[in-house]
Write a protein that binds this ligand. Structure first.
Ligand code: GTP
Ligand code: MG
Length: 315
């Protein structure tokens, strides 16, 4: 069975509608372009590799990741004596699929703490609300902590979600020490035996030493009150920032202990290939992706559905 039909079969029970519409623009830049290439050059030659490389770069896989894929493809083509561009493209999508490791969110008994970090405007607050909505729908008790105390509007933003979702939100005064708000939120969770604690933090650039130190302090208070570091420290990354965002994530990862990347705003960008680069270069799981602004638009990352949605014109 070909990789494409195996992929289609694996997807059958699942709905891919959200993926298909969310990755429409990446599909136009990736699957559609490969289809045109396939029509124009059905047989493999050096030009085909150069064109594939071009498509990969335009989808924002980045130079390093694209070059590695082309090298692997050439090796594969040689080993299997491939002659048809179609086989090459199938091999390419298979290699891209293999770059994702499987991930299943496993919650421990008792309270699970999620610390949500990232640079300004990446989608942290919205993602906290979307996660809260999703956990509540799964029957979990949830509390949100507004640890972005720099702007009154930031607290208000989470409070508005809290009212809409009917999920408690613990906040402090404007300019309060974010760590003290975290302490209040964790005490609330202990008293109420809350399953899920979601901590929204202020946007910060990785080169702002005092702000990164603030995150370390938040981590220390979590360890003290909760008895362990946060179970989940997830970085929210704006997918439309592509390679630039990847560089920022690498710097963040070097400074704090991140164990997941949430990639947002993948709808409306042709840069969906960034997911492959993120997975390869950061060696971190991607538990969820953001495919829109609505609460339901944060979806579990399904690598099969992703690959299918960007190559569906070829299958
Ligand atoms: N299209 C789209 N928009 C999104 C997505 N996720 C978040 N947004 C939008 O991105 C904007 C910024 O989101 P916020 O959640 O406020 O970002 P933030 O990281 O909390 O921002 P700061 O607190 O200022 O650092 C909002 O308009 C969100 O609706 C997504 O997956 N797709
Ligand atoms: Mg925010």
């Amino acid at each position: 069975m070909s990789f494409f039909s195996a992929l289609r079969n694996r997807l059958k029970p699942k709905t891919t509608d959200q993926y298909v519409s969310g990755f429409e623009r990446t599909q136009i830049g990736f699957g559609s372009k490969l289809k045109i290439l396939l029509k124009g050059s059905p047989l493999i030659d050096e030009k085909v590799y150069a064109q594939i490389n071009d498509v990969l770069l335009k989808s924002d896989l980045g130079v390093e990741c694209a070059s590695q894929l082309i090298r692997d493809l050439k090796k594969q083509a040689k080993a299997l004596s491939l002659t048809q561009t179609e086989e090459l493209i199938e091999g390419l999508t298979q290699l891209m699929r293999e770059s994702f490791k499987s991930y299943e969110l496993t919650l421990k008994e008792g309270t699970n703490v999620f610390l949500i970090v990232g640079i300004n405007g990446s989608g942290k607050t919205t993602t906290v609300a979307k996660l809260a909505y999703s956990f509540k729908a799964q029957g979990k008790s949830v509390v949100m902590i507004a640890a972005d105390t720099f702007r009154a509007a930031a607290v208000q933003q989470l409070q508005t979600w809290s009212d809409r979702l009917d999920i408690p939100c613990i906040s402090g005064k404007e300019n309060a020490d974010p760590s003290s708000v975290v302490v209040d939120g964790l005490r609330y969770a202990q008293e109420h035996k809350t399953d899920i604690v979601l901590i929204d933090t202020a946007g910060r650039l990785q080169n702002k030493v005092n702000l990164m130190e603030e995150l370390s302090k938040i981590n220390r208070v979590i360890t003290k009150i909760h008895g362990s570091p946060p179970e989940f420290t997830w970085m929210v990354l704006d997918g439309s920032t592509g390679q630039h965002g990847l560089k920022q994530a690498e710097s963040f990862k070097a400074l704090i202990n991140i164990n997941g990347i949430l990639c947002t705003k993948l709808d409306g960008t042709a840069k969906g290939g960034i997911l492959v680069a993120l997975s390869q270069k950061l060696d971190l799981p991607i538990p969820y992706i953001g495919l829109g602004e609505k609460l339901e638009d944060l979806v579990e990352f399904d690598p099969d559905a992703f690959i299918y949605s960007i190559i569906r014109e070829l299958t």
